[in-house]
Design a protein. Structure first.
Ligand code: TXA
Ligand code: MG
Length: 316
């Protein structure tokens, strides 16, 4: 059920229910961060293992100090630069933050989303919200209220329009004096390094399976998905009858088995491409193609974040 009624949603959240929450990255499945039953409801609704922790969303920077024991200097600088925005910080949690939120970890993930409706809601609530992306476990993340409705028709989803960033937040931590990146997202490496200098990439393949919750298979459509620098070659050898292709900036190959195609950004703009990627994947999934082939994006900025999601979507 899609709604614009903020009071209705506040009522649901206050009664321990989960709701669909618009943010600038993707829609979240939100609940009261201090209500154990509501948290358990998120895991069961999403069919997500409880070993995969949740991000706490706050409406004001000052709320951070009520959740964590310490904010090291570089993280403080990044918060100043990017909040509200798609930056999630991992920090040592205070005792009252439930271990079910962090899956037992001593660190909690926190972010302040940059979406007017989410911020308005968070400011009105007497508690912060936990919110994983509002997709069933391992499926494509939602970037519109209609996508959330597709997965969870029984909950209220707050209408907030199409997500402007379109890819999840970037997740960082600090150890000694170094910033570690656990997930590349809507803020690219260059932007982070312009504030704090060189960062350590913890998302490389050997780390993927051991970082908490960073499972290799993720973000997948129902049909197989392949990602390639040369989609034309794959197209020429794929026996599938109905293939959907996602091109970065223009169509570079066509064939009788291509039943639909998407172009992410005719201007080769990576931000526009990120905004369109999950939308395009949802549309092709809805057309029940047998195979989705995606052109690999350039390996810089948001291209790195999108390639990460595509590699996970294609891991069998
Ligand atoms: O943009 C986003 O971050 C969106 C919107 C809704 O805010 N949320 C999101 O949540 O992407 P989710 O749950 O789909 O992905 C969060 C990731 C998971 O991979 C999880 O393992 C990691 O963050 N994470 C959360 N808490 C953590 C913790 N305490 N320690 C390590 N990783 C954590
Ligand atoms: Mg997710």
């Amino acid at each position: 059920m899609i709604t614009k009624d903020l009071n209705l949603v506040i009522n649901e959240l206050s009664n321990g229910k989960v709701i669909g929450l618009p943010t600038e990255t993707v829609y979240g499945l939100a609940a009261n961060a201090f209500d154990l039953q509501a948290i358990q409801r998120i895991y069961s609704t999403k069919k997500r293992p409880s070993t995969n922790p949740l991000i706490v969303h706050i409406g004001k920077k000052e709320q951070l100090s009520s959740l964590v024991t310490d904010v090291p200097f570089k993280i403080e600088q990044l918060i100043e630069a990017f909040w509200p925005g798609p930056l999630t910080v991992l920090l040592p949690k205070k005792d009252h933050v439930l271990s079910e939120v962090t899956s037992g970890s001593p660190k909690v993930a926190v972010r302040m989303p940059n979406h007017p409706i989410a911020l308005h809601l968070l400011e009105k609530l007497p508690f912060p919200l936990v919110a994983p992306s509002a997709n069933l476990y391992n499926r494509i993340s939602p970037t519109s209220a209609a996508h959330v409705e597709k997965y969870f028709p029984e909950i209220y989803t707050l209408e907030g329009g199409a997500c402007l960033a379109g890819v999840e937040s970037t997740i960082i931590a600090q150890e000694s004096n170094e910033i570690l990146v656990y997930r590349w997202g809507a803020i690219g490496r260059e932007d982070i390094e312009s504030v704090v200098g060189k960062v350590v990439d913890k998302t490389t393949s050997s780390q993927k399976s051991i970082a908490p919750g960073m499972s290799l298979k993720h973000y997948s459509p129902l049909c197989p998905l392949l990602v390639s620098k040369e989609p034309g070659f794959l197209l020429s050898i794929s026996p599938e009858k109905r293939i959907g292709v996602i091109w970065f900036n223009r169509v570079k190959w066509d064939g009788p088995n291509v039943t639909s195609f998407e172009i992410l950004s005719a201007q080769s703009d990576l931000q526009e491409a990120a905004r369109n990627l999950y939308q395009a994947m949802h549309r092709l999934e809805e057309q029940s193609v047998d195979l989705i082939i995606v052109e690999r994006l350039p390996e810089y900025g948001l291209g790195i974040s999108m390639n990460d999601r595509l590699d996970r979507a294609s891991t069998k």
